[in-house]
Structure formats: C-alpha cells, structure tokens
Ligand binder design. Sequence first.
Ligand code: COA
Ligand code: AMP
Length: 626
Amino acid sequence: MGAYAENYRRSLEDREGFWLDAAQAIDWERAPSRALDDSDAPMYRWFPDGELNTCFNALDRHVRDGRGEQPALVWDSAMTEVVQTWTYRELLEAVARFAGALRAQGVGRGDRVVLYLPMIPEAAIAMLACARIGAVHSVVFGGFAPKELAARIDDALPKVIVAASCGLEPNRVVEYKPIVDEALRQTEHQPDKVIVLQRDQAQAELGPRDVDWRDALAGAEPAECVPVAATDPLYVLYTSGTTGKPKGVVRDNGGHAVALRWSMANIYDIAPGEVFWTASDVGWVVGHSYIVYAPLLTGATTVVYEGKPVGTPDAGAFWRVIAQHRVKALFTAPTALRAIKRVDPEGKLLAEHDTSCLETLFLAGERLDPETYHWAADELGVPVIDHWWQTETGWPICANLRGLEPMPVKAGSPTVPVPGYEVEVLDQAGNPLPPETDGAICLKLPLPPGTLPTLWGDDERFRESYLSRYDGYYLTGDNGYLDADGYVFVMGRTDDVINVAGHRLSTGSMEAVLAAHPAVAECAVIGVHDQLKGQVPRGFVVLKSGVDISEEKLREDLVAAVRDQIGPVAAFRDVAIVNGLPKTRSGKILRKSMREIADRGDTAVPSTIEDPSVLDELRPSLRGKG
Ligand code: COA
Ligand code: AMP
C-alpha cells in the first residue's frame, strides 16, 4: 500500500492514533490525551483537554530552537517598491510588543479584535498578537464597503478595531479609516478603541477614540503567551452564505495548529527554513492559513506581497518575486494566472527571471479550468497542483499530496481526498452516487481537525446550513463527481454563492441592495462566466409600474449602490432591465435555470428577458446535460 493509501486509511480507521501522532509536531502547554470529542455529535471538538498557544508555536519556539536569525516574513510591496525582511526574533519582538499594546487597551483572553488592514507586515503582527494573549481576531478584507464591515462588527462585538490609514490599489489609494468611521456610524456596537497604523500614502484623521499604532506601542510591555484551551477560538472569519448576513466561521487553536502543520509537510512539501509564498490577501482564509499561520507554524519563511499579478509594474511581477526571494512553492488563485496569461501569453516576461527555485505551483479558490492549467504547466515546467477547500474547512479537502505521495495530475481535478476527509457524492435522497455521476459533494462527519466547529454565536445556523441537509454529513455547497480512480471533480456551487476572481460573494446580498432601489419591483443576481475572473455577477431587475427613470440612470444607480454597500470587490457592473423573471408556480425565482442558460453562453440569454417563458422553453434542451 502506498503512503497516501496507508495514511488515508489510518486517518479514518484510527482517528485517535493518526491525529495524536500529528499533534506531536506542536508544542503543547498541556498535551492532549484524546483527539476527538464526539460526546455532543454532530458537534465535534478536537483535542478537548489540550492547552497551547498558537503564537508560541508560530514564533517563540522557533527562536528557542535556534531559528531566531532566519527570515520569518519577507514583505515585498510592489506598490511602494519596498522589501523588508523580518527574522523570527524580530517578528517575535514586534508581536509581543503589539500584544502588550492591545493588553494595555484592555484586550484580554476571549475578547474580539477586528482587523481591517492591507497586505502589510502589521496584518500578520496584529493577528499573532491577538493569538498571543488569547484574543480572537476577525480580519475583514479591505475591498468590502462600510456596511459589510459594520455587519461583521455587530456580530463579532470587538473590544478594539485595528486599521491602517490606507490600502494601495494600482489605480488609487483606498483610505481605510473613513470606511471604519462610516461603519461605526452604522453599527449598534461600539468598540472602546480604534488603533490606527498611519501609512505615508494617506494620513488618517484621529478622533477621541482613536489611538495611533505608534502611541499604542510606546511604553507597552511585551506580552507573554497566554495558554488557551485547544478548543478556544483563535479567530472568526466571515464568509458569504446564501443570505446577505455573513457567516462567522470559527477556527479553534489546537485542531488548527495540528492540521496546518501537517498540511505543510504532507500537502505542500515545505520544510522548516524553506520559502513559501501565498499570493492572496490576509482577508481571505487562504491568507489566514497559508500566508500567516501554516508557514510560521512550520518555521518556514513566508512572503507577504502587496501588489497585483499584472500592472505592478507588469505581468512579470510574480516571476520577479519568486526569483528574488527564492520561493520554493507559490500558492495563488487561477484568476491571477489568467490575468498574467492575458497580458503575456507567450511567457516572455517569465523568461526574464530565474525561477528555477520554484518546484510547485498550487492553485485554489475557484475551479482551475484545463486551459489555464495547461498554460501554467507548459510555461512554468513545474507541477501545477489544483486543490479544493473552503473558508469553513481552513485547509484542503482534496489535494495531490506532494509531500506524502505525489500522484499523476488530471486536468480539472483537485485529485483525491486528503486524509481525515471522507468525500462522498450524494443524490437528492442522500444515496451515494456511482463514479462519473454528478451530485452534491458531501463530507462524512466528523470533519478532521482545523475545520469549523461552529459559526460564531450561532450553533443553530451552523447545523441548519451544513448539517441538516443530509444526516451524518457536512454539505460543502459544491457539486461534482468522482471518477473511477477516486479523483474528485468539483464543478461549481449549488447555492447562491459566486466566486469572483477567487473572492467568495453572496448574490443574496447583492439582490438585497438592488431590491432596495425605489424603482425596482423585483430582481435576481446570478453568476455568469467571465474569461478573467471566472465568474462575475449579473443582475436582472423588473421595474415597478409607472416609474419614471431612464434605463441608463437606473443602471448607474444600481452599480453604484452595490459598490457603496458591498464594495468594489463585488465587481458588479452588469444589469439587465427585464419585463419579468422566470418563476415556479409557487413564485420562486428560477435562478438555477437562469444560471444554466447563461453558462451555455450560446444563447442570447439573458441580458434582456422580454418574456420570462423563454427560459422555460430553453429548459428541455438542458436536460441530460452532465
Ligand atoms: N482594498 C480595497 N479595494 C480593493 C481591495 C482591497 N484590499 N482588493 C480589491 N479591491 C478593489 C479593486 O481596486 C477593484 O476596484 P475597481 O473596481 O475600482 O478597479 C475591485 O476591488 C475588484 O478587485 P479585484 O477582484 O482584485 O479585480 P482587479 O480587476 O483589480 O484584479 C485580478 C483582477 C485577477 C488581477 C485580481 O483579482 C487578483 O490578483 N486576484 C488574485 C486572486 C486572489 O487573491 N484570490 C484570493 C483567494 S486565493
Ligand atoms: P472560499 O470559502 O472563499 O475559499 O471559497 C470556497 C469555494 O470556492 C468552494 O466551495 C468552491 O466553490 C470554490 N473552490 C475553491 N477551490 C476550488 C477548486 N480547487 N476547484 C473548484 N472550486 C473551488
């Protein structure tokens, strides 16, 4: 039996042994005597009697073990043309001091801290500082608008918010502080303090509740690590669900540290001292897990990159970073490669850089289309590894385990289930489907360590969203199939979540914005295929009778409203004004049919639906489509 098959079998048949062994790669304040607590199934907890500190494992122990002078974090800002290297010792000192500063502002174990920061070292410093004192961070992505930030603040109820004065986008300086101020005008909850990191590109105005990051540090005593229960929350990360209200995915300390450390060795094949670069944003789960926690838990060097794959300064930016920092493995989203390919299809800019250090390219966040896969594999000449996971799981569900046992790549598949995950494809009635048959991809409970134990403050929504559809299974929300070799093919979401340039968004929340316009009687938003971003949202609105507004003005209003209320990241630009929306007899809008028809791409559908029955007519031709 190969290493994969043996590990996979053991991870399910001897869960205790497998995960207690993996737990030995972590330094515990109190080592766990058990792995899984299933006493409250289907709610599970991992390492119930273990105690640890995640920041200790990410920093202190590496300094203790002689890695103090090794680079821990390299910040490469293509936006400001600055490169900074932080050794483990320097990063530890900065984190301990900022942890002391948070403590001086009254933050303690279990308190929440909302972080609204761009891709700067201080984002990682603030996250680790929270972990150090047992506080729970909740990072909000900078591309969200004040209203989205406000919704997260009112759910997480932070004691303190940490923000930067600005983020840098290629076409503009995005002032973050006014976004925080506006969010706090909308929230019921008010934090005690807002700590503001002033960047040179924009100085934020500080009010009575605001504290300059430097003033917060002045005189703060470095804080020691606070041991917490393995089951205590490390962070809450909000993600889009089917409704407008974001879901607060909870991550624990113990299971997370064990799973991420295991994944670095077995999936990503990264050892202590090696350089790993995840080109994403700390505001997404990919950034939490593989920019900050996993590389540092491993004693590797992580690259924090502020910039875009193209235009900063050119489409060779990624290759320059790889060559300059001797990156062993890069992890990004397929959309980044599509952006590069569009500008430099023949890889001329790639040829200008010595990327011989690169051994593997990992891609996730959205489906890796075979065309992009082949282009990347041909140009780079290294294995291109698709892997599939989600905010909820925190680490890969399916992957080609490069450190454990590399397997042949099949374009379009993220390969096989990772040890700990039992993947099944189910039909409507919950019966497992034979190979090559499309259905709902589900994970048999319990999920492995590192995955979400619940939603923040809402066990009920957790059960309802993920556990209630099929008894004994977690519903991923993705559909797809297994092939005869057990490879998994993930084809897309079954719900109203869309994936725009690797960013997960809810069409439900966009519909709420459109519906609030006084001229709109009803509306629907679906994701349609886009060459660059994978998907983009398209809105359909039906006007109230008798309203007097030009179509152009209405479109402008609606695009601006989504940008103002959800954020530029929604990339909402496409609105069709239609006479009616296709519905079932009971009045439910047939979004799925609209999606299927739009995805065929070969009909005029549906930038204008003059007559909604056109969709019904088109439906029969879709039957039997795999
Ligand atoms: N703060 C403020 N605004 C932000 C932002 C941030 N952190 N991130 C994005 N935005 C804005 C952008 O400026 C843009 O605004 P615009 O409409 O005024 O131009 C909008 O949100 C959309 O941004 P983005 O999705 O990044 O699109 P883009 O056209 O600027 O770039 C790509 C397209 C493909 C180059 C880009 O999406 C990319 O690099 N993706 C990498 C994938 C990734 O990081 N995925 C995360 C999960 S792995
Ligand atoms: P997020 O929670 O933002 O990481 O988004 C998770 C969703 O992105 C998944 O449920 C999938 O729909 C999609 N996704 C992520 N990785 C892949 C992949 N490798 N292949 C196909 N879809 C993916």
